[in-house]
Design a binder for this molecule. Structure first.
Ligand SMILES: Nc1ncnc2c1ncn2[C@@H]1O[C@H](COP(=O)(O)OP(=O)(O)O)[C@@H](O)[C@H]1O
Ligand SMILES: [Mg+2]
Length: 258
């Protein structure tokens, strides 16, 4: 079953009122099947965030279209769009975006509260996802009382708790140390084994090696795709090879981490 279908997506910024136009994205097509865990990589400024924003309904494409769960999202406006986003999408951001005044448990429960899910179902669902992500112990705590890694796993729990069609993550490990990054990726892999569909932007080849497939973007165009086999070490090496072809810099940090 196809969850996401992006067809000939293009995005031009500016070009009005005498401002120069930037073609941030050009003719990008790909699709995601249910249960796939796919990464997006590419040099800085290549259009990764633009692509994610078009898929997440935060921004609209100049050309092309996006279909999520059989719904053409360009046809949605206002409250319909907001409701679609709440139901069908889960977001994980680089800076966690948890609410400081709510406990971890309340943060995770938010999408269910907004969706008016009965209290009994809500508490059961929250404790299930917290267990799956290894954060059951920190549920009563506030975000400032737990580690960055735990905060990000709480954010992942919040992204999945309402069973969205698609989870979108933009550099989810950008503010995490390597141990917490690894824990988060193991957690996302666990969610993915339960048939969650995940699309994640990352510049970190180690983090990307957890994906089943990587789309490489260069100068706003789809440059190539690679598919993982059974061996993550080999996939990691393949990712490094494509990045070096793209001229992306591979930091010392990301080496020797497997
Ligand atoms: N809101 C915007 N207005 C104008 N140009 C933008 C805007 N957002 C991104 N760009 C430009 O589009 C290109 C792609 O940016 P972006 O998608 O953020 O790349 P990445 O996430 O891969 O670093 C860059 O040249 C960037 O400067
Ligand atoms: Mg970006």
């Amino acid at each position: 079953m196809v969850i996401l279908e992006a067809t000939r997506l293009g995005k031009i910024y500016g070009g009005k009122a005498g401002k120069p136009a930037t073609q941030a994205l050009e003719n990008v097509s790909f699709s995601l099947k249910k249960g796939e865990f796919v990464g997006i990589m590419g040099p800085s400024g290549s259009g990764k965030t633009t692509l994610l924003n078009l898929i997440s309904t935060i921004d609209r494409p100049t050309t092309g279209k996006v279909i999520i769960n059989n719904q053409d999202i360009s046809a949605l406006k206002g409250e319909q769009l907001a409701s679609f986003r709440r139901k069908e999408l889960g977001f994980i951001f680089q800076d966690f975006n948890l609410l400081d005044t709510l406990t971890i448990e309340e943060n995770i429960a938010l999408p269910l509260v907004i969706g008016k899910v009965p209290y009994k179902v809500l508490t059961k669902k929250v404790s299930e996802v917290a267990k799956a992500l290894g954060i059951s112990e920190v549920l009563p705590k506030y975000p400032y009382e737990v580690s960055g890694g735990e905060q990000q796993r709480a954010a992942a729990a919040r992204a999945i708790v309402h069973d969205p069609a698609l989870i979108l993550a933009d550099e989810p490990t950008g503010n995490l140390d390597s141990k917490s990054s690894k824990d988060l990726m193991e957690a996302l892999k666990g969610l993915n084994l339960n048939q969650s569909t995940i699309l994640m932007v990352t510049h970190d080849p180690f983090v990307a090696s957890y994906c089943q497939r990587i789309l490489f973007i260069h100068d706003g165009k789809l440059y190539t795709q690679i598919q993982s086999g059974d061996n993550r070490q080999a996939f990691f090496q393949q990712i490094l090879d494509v990045l070096s072809m793209l001229g992306g810099s591979v930091s010392e940090l990301t080496k020797n981490r497997l």
